[in-house]
Structure formats: C-alpha cells, structure tokens
Design a protein around this ligand. Sequence first.
Ligand SMILES: [Zn+2]
Length: 336
Amino acid sequence: MSPFLSEGPSQAKVANLLLPESIRVFERGWLSSNNILFIGPTDTALVDSGYASHATQTVALVRQVLGTRRLDRLINTHLHSDHCGGNAALQRAYRCQTMIPAADADLVANWREEELSFAQTGQRCERFSFQATLSPGDELELGGLIWQAMAAPGHDPHALMLFCASEGILISGDALWERGFGVVFPELEGRPGFADTRRTLEAIRALPLRVVIPGHGAPFTEIERSLEEAFARLDYLVADPLRNARHAIKVLLKFLLLEHQWLPLAGLAERFSQIILIERINERFLGQTPRQLCEAAIAGLIASQAASLDGANLVNCEPLVTPRPAGSNPRGTSFA
Ligand SMILES: [Zn+2]
C-alpha cells in the first residue's frame, strides 16, 4: 500500500518513495500544513496538525492510518495557526503528549493569543496544552529513527526543523518549500528576519539531504534547485523590504480566502484592514487607505491566479503553486 494519501507530480512520487515505511506524509491543501505521521515499533507521533477548520479531517486521517493504535505524541515545528490548529482536537481524541518549541512555552502556558500570532493575523486556533518542549540540538526518536531539532529562525523566530541524519531527511516546516519559504514575519514588525532566513537556508545547504518534507506541498528531492530559488527570492526581498510587506498583505488575504473560499467584495476592505497585522504593516510600510490596500492585494492574487472575481465576490482559485517554469523568477507564487 502506498504510504501516501495524495498523488502529486512525478517528482513528488520519487520523493515519497525515498521515505521509510514508518513515515506517512499527509499532504494537505495550503490552508493546513502537511501532517507527518510516524509509526514506530514502540510509539506513534505526528508532526504538525493543520488549521482549526480542518481539525476533524486531521483526526480522521490519523485514525485511518493508526487504526486501533493510539497517537502517543504530537510535535509542532512552529506555532502558526496552520501548523497547530488541530492540536486541541488531537489532544481530545488521543490525550497525546504535546511537544512545542521551548521558546513559545510561556506564551502557550498563559495563552497569550496576540503574541502567538493568531489574534494579529485574524486566524483561529483553539487553545491547547503541552507537556514537553523541544529546543535546538535536542534529539528525539520518531518512527524508530533518531531526529535532531534544529533552529530555523526567519519565517518565525522560534521555528524548528527536524533532521534525520541516517536517512538524509529534513522536515523543514515553512523554512524551505520546493518553491520558496514562508513570509518573513519578524521584518513586518521592525525586527530582524532576513539575516536569520539566510542563516537557516545556509544551515539547510550544509546538511547531507536526500529528501525534504516541507510544511506545505509535496516532499521533494531537487534540494539544491529549491535552495537556489529560495536564496534568489531572499535577495529579491532584501533589496526592497516593501516587497515583503506587499507579499504579506497578499498572503493574509489569500489565507482568509482559503478559509472561506469566497468573500463578498462589499465591506471586504474594512474587514481586511481591521486585522491587526495588516494595520501594522500598513502603518509601517505602505500608508494606504483600506480600499487601496485591499484592491492591491486583490489585484496581486488575481495576477498570480490565486483568486478571481465572480460578480460581487472574490473567489479562491487553485492551484496555489504554479509549476516551475524554466528560468523561473524569484517572485514566487506560493502562499502561506
Ligand atoms: Zn508558518
């Protein structure tokens, strides 16, 4: 039986075949991060749990593969809503031990929602608890294999990756996708993030890797090509930080669209500009009216075929990631 629940392009199939039997990748739509299930000889574990509105489906996917076995552990690469939104549902279903990045322990223990990014981004995440933390350098056994936690600051300052040296596999979260990486959020609030992003990409380049399992999209093997594209995109953003700001605005609108599938244009500018992070990005970088801000984001999504207009509504369009053209540009078309 194929250990994978989704069919991707041939590249993805090759990457999937290179994964050990004890690893199952649930490749989800872009609203939810991928979930990586480990079925070891003595215990089971899941890395990342998707977005809140997909939580029932996440539990069902895990149950479908585990059958009568229980889920023993849940681990988050980072605490964005699309990676930990299913935590509470999985905890209810399995009472699994939950392990989060140590740097976020205080925020989660006291559920400081704004600092956890959910309130700021207008996204949802049901409150969850944790029993253990993970720090860079820690080792853990997943699926009968030894994995090392690595710091992956940039997209999120506290993000972690998991590296299995014996198999040459990296679980990269949003630090590296086949095409690009997640929005560099710290820069949007005036904190450094580009230099961290570069260091993280360099740390990935130094690893002996066969396969990367990203937070979004299929596992991939052409890692050098993805890294080259990621460095080019980083250079493009660093050359003009307004690009990161405009991209983030577009991504936040896309996320809203992914969640609702369509949004009425009437009142959208007001609704959109009330999202705290959008307000802050606008204040710091763009200085536009809510209408200008929203219209620019809509135009950007339509131009990259991530949305279309249907009468009085903005409608979600798939796919989110276009096939990589020859000599592809560093602007990228991925959203998360
Ligand atoms: Zn993220």
